[in-house]
Write a protein that binds this ligand. Structure first.
Ligand SMILES: C[S@@+](CC[C@H](N)C(=O)[O-])C[C@H]1O[C@@H](n2cnc3c(N)ncnc32)[C@H](O)[C@@H]1O
Length: 255
């Protein structure tokens, strides 16, 4: 497993970019919460810029690919401001949708955005210690959240616990494009443009949080490795779908 995913590299990275000093955070979980609480008011605008206006279209396509059945129960984990949960609840009125996240501030925005939906609720919940019974859901989705888990493998075990056997799991996140030219463009975007935008438009205090995104990409497994990791953890029929030339990727698996 360690060859596919090194959680120590991630912790070392977070120390290096100065999160301890800036966030006064003692643990990865604490950092995550403070980071996303602070980002919440700007998060939706930032998403538009970073994805070149494409993120909603891609989330919609990703949700369609799941082929959700009527009257099922869906958990959108790391739900943030609720994009995926809201889209799924709107499209599937007979389904019960729950969005869970560690950031109260993100959830406040999600609740406001989803208040017209009766089949949707938002709850505080840590992906590594979910406040749900075993086999509580038929489908579990994660949009741009799996890379934030302090311990990806523990997160996968929690997913298997709360999703019924035969249910579906999907994650959509940044991927790595293939070929030197695409990789070059991708690296320019993430190593120069993203930190620049972060610093000039979305900067908070003295800490440029946007160093985290490109740096964390270096340590996060590419889509092919993620497929292997999911298979090693017993997920079945794991499929990968690329968007924007592989700079975003979705995996769908049977639990
Ligand atoms: C990049 S945002 C993605 C939000 C949303 N899913 C989307 O696609 O726009 C990542 C979210 O994961 C949440 N998060 C990070 N670690 C988490 C954890 N251990 N458990 C639950 N949520 C977590 C953050 O608070 C944040 O809202």
């Amino acid at each position: 497993m360690s060859k596919l995913y090194d959680k120590n590299a991630k912790l070392e990275l977070i120390n290096r970019i100065g999160f301890k000093e800036h966030f006064k955070a003692d643990s990865w979980e604490d950092f995550n919460k403070k980071f996303f609480d602070g980002l919440a008011p700007k998060y939706d605008a930032l998403n538009e810029v970073l994805s070149l206006g494409q993120h909603k279209r891609i989330k919609k396509k990703a949700a369609q690919r799941l082929e959700i059945l009527p009257n099922t129960k869906i958990l959108d984990l790391c739900t943030g401001s609720g994009d995926l949960a809201i889209q799924i609840a709107e499209k599937n009125p007979s389904c019960e949708v729950v969005g869970a996240d560690v950031s109260e501030k993100m959830l406040e925005i999600a609740r406001e955005r989803g208040k017209h939906l009766k089949n949707l609720e938002f709850k505080v919940g840590d992906a590594l210690n979910l406040p749900f019974e075993d086999n509580a859901f038929d489908v579990l989705t994660i949009g741009f959240g799996i890379r934030n888990m302090a311990d990806l493998e523990k997160g996968l075990e929690e997913i298997k616990r709360v999703v019924k056997a035969g249910g579906k799991f999907t994650t959509l996140d940044l991927g790595k494009p293939k070929g030197w030219f695409l990789n070059f463009i991708y690296r320019i975007h993430f190593l120069t443009i993203v930190p620049f935008l972060g610093k000039t438009i979305f900067h908070r205090g003295e800490f440029n949080s946007f160093k985290y995104l490109p740096e964390s990409s270096k340590h996060f497994p590419a889509q092919e490795r993620l497929v292997e990791l999911f298979e090693l953890h017993g997920f079945k029929n794991v499929k990968n779908y690329n968007y924007m030339l592989g700079s975003i990727a979705q995996q769908i698996a049977v639990v």
